[in-house]
Ligand binder design. Structure first.
Ligand SMILES: C[S@@+](CC[C@H](N)C(=O)[O-])C[C@H]1O[C@@H](n2cnc3c(N)ncnc32)[C@H](O)[C@@H]1O
Length: 175
């Protein structure tokens, strides 16, 4: 069960970039893969998403997010799953947010390719998907945000078996 990165929150001023790339409506089921304190999930709910699910492997993160949901009286409207994103069924998602590391995204790509329904929007902070052409890229806060829509267009360098270099614990420092 690889832990791809520690909790490093998306800065508050960059949260909206996810929603600029993938506007959320009352028809959307939003997943955040590695949901941390739940900030993207709470914002998705505020924006009117039908269902919001955060998944995180770190029990402290999950507890923090669940406590925050309870305090805000939102615990019936959002759910936070403790577990590895690779082991969760993502098929109901219409919008997926990801802020992990490159190797985590390499692990996730086959899952995205087989599990997600056509038209699912994936927004990834900082890292791109090897071999997929983004539909749109935004630069904000000195980092890039990538939008993909399934099924994505493949780039000429698409590697059917991208190397997965993540070890049991991959730490990445974000200044
Ligand atoms: C960079 S933080 C992003 C947090 C949040 N999405 C945000 O943007 O503020 C990455 C999160 O992913 C979680 N994580 C790392 N590997 C994971 C895995 N294999 N499955 C689920 N969560 C994971 C970490 O515990 C951490 O909370």
């Amino acid at each position: 069960m690889p832990k791809f990165v520690k909790w490093v929150p998306t800065p508050p001023q960059l949260i909206n970039t996810f929603f600029e790339l993938a506007p959320v409506t009352a028809d959307d089921v939003v997943y955040d893969l590695g949901s941390g304190d739940g900030r993207l999930i709470f914002t998705a709910l505020e924006k009117g998403a039908k269902k919001c699910v955060g998944i995180d492997i770190d029990p402290d993160c999950v507890n923090t997010a669940r406590e925050a949901a309870k305090k805000m009286g939102l615990d019936q409207q959002v759910s936070f799953i403790e577990g590895d994103v690779l082991e969760q069924d993502l098929s109901e998602a219409t919008v997926i947010f990801v802020y992990l590391i490159q190797s985590g995204i390499a692990f996730l790509r086959p899952k995205f390719e087989t599990e997600l329904r056509p038209g699912t929007r994936i927004v990834i902070e900082t890292y791109s998907v090897q071999g997929w052409k983004p539909v749109k890229v935004i630069e904000a806060g000195k980092r890039f945000f990538y939008l993909y829509i399934t099924p994505p267009e493949r780039t000429p360098d698409y590697d059917p078996e991208p190397s997965n270099t993540a070890t049991e614990f991959d730490w990445w420092y974000f200044p």
